[in-house]
Write a protein that binds this ligand. Structure first.
Ligand code: ITT
Length: 198
């Protein structure tokens, strides 16, 4: 079994925005090692019907390849009036992996609908050296804006207004997202779990 030093975590994602959010979330106690750091560019299959299945698939792919404990993140935006869509299909809701087009599609589907309730959910899947597999969940409730605003964050951030705020994650600062996002909440649980083992 290869291993990283205890202060390093291998993150099984190809999404650079997730890597930078995680790096800020775990700093200064831990450092994130990304697949880019390992020069790993192969596509990782995500063929599951749930966030858990996809997170497991991603973590297993990377664990098998590097034989290093690692964790993955599968996330999605769940909109009440759209029966939970885009959900597990968030990354390519329109058929394309294009944030602007996917945001536009959501806004079109919600045109004239007053129920804008939605939540983001993240599932982390951690695989440890003994192959013990553990999941960590984070959710942030909120609503879908009438239009896309702001350049911060990534994905659906410009159309998502977190509960307790009047602006989208696209407009709010990175420090607000860091304090209350779905990913921040899952990270808190992951760090607590790892801390209890040290
Ligand atoms: P990896 O699988 O390589 O980790 P990905 O972008 O494909 O990267 P997901 O499969 O988890 O990640 O796709 C989730 C999609 O949901 C993502 O592409 C974004 O469109 C959206 N999303 C996830 N987290 C988000 C966040 O914090 N803010 C806005 N949109 C987010």
């Amino acid at each position: 079994m290869n291993h990283l030093s205890a202060d390093k975590l291998l993150f099984a994602t190809h999404n650079p925005a997730k890597v930078s959010e995680l790096s800020r979330l775990v700093s200064p106690s831990k450092k994130i090692v990304s697949l880019a750091d390992l020069n790993y560019k192969d596509e990782i299959p995500e063929t599951g019907d749930t966030l858990e299945e996809n997170a497991l698939q991603k973590a297993q792919t990377i664990f098998k390849r590097f034989k290093i404990p690692c964790f993955s993140d599968d996330s999605g935006l769940f909109i009440e009036a759209l029966n939970g869509e885009p959900g597990v299909h968030s990354a390519h809701y329109s058929g394309k992996r294009d944030y602007r087009i996917n945001n536009q599609l959501v806004l079109e589907k919600l045109a004239g609908i007053t129920n804008r309730k939605a939540y983001f959910k993240t599932i982390f899947c951690l695989i440890e050296a003994d192959e013990k597999t553990t999941y960590f969940e984070g959710i942030v409730n909120g609503s879908i804006a009438e239009e896309s605003t702001g350049e911060n964050g990534f994905g659906y951030d410009p159309i998502f207004i977190p509960e307790g705020h009047t602006k989208t994650f696209g407009e709010l600062s990175a420090s607000v997202k860091k304090a209350l996002s779905h990913r921040a909440r899952a990270t808190e649980k992951l760090i607590q779990y790892l801390g209890a083992k040290e």
